[in-house]
Design a protein around this ligand. Structure first.
Ligand SMILES: [Zn+2]
Length: 97
């Protein structure tokens, strides 16, 4: 029987998102919160490439790590495996900061 990984809701006709294993309402919440953090990461990445001041650049690298870790925590709270891409991203900017 389909069961949501987050809220444990289950039912024969419960619709589960195939790629996350979450029910539609949990999936929507996860996607919404994830999107906010992803946008912040993209913004900080742009800042890293456009910053001329080394301190500003380092600050943006730190911000990416912070948002990246928040995104990891979000995955954990929904019992999801973070993507390798996200882990690599955090590692990359950790080295740069
Ligand atoms: Zn759910």
């Amino acid at each position: 029987m389909p069961q949501c990984k987050k809220c444990d809701k289950k039912g024969l006709f419960l619709k589960i998102e195939g790629d996350t294993g979450l029910c539609l309402s949990c999936n929507e919440k996860f996607a919404g919160e994830g999107k906010v953090l992803t946008e912040k990461i993209i913004e900080a990445k742009n800042k890293v490439s456009s910053a001329k001041d080394p301190e500003e650049k380092a600050g943006a690298c730190k911000a990416i790590q912070q948002y990246g870790n928040e995104l990891l925590a979000l995955h954990k709270s929904y019992n999801l495996q973070p993507s390798q891409e996200l882990l690599d991203l955090i590692e990359t900017y950790k080295k740069m900061a």
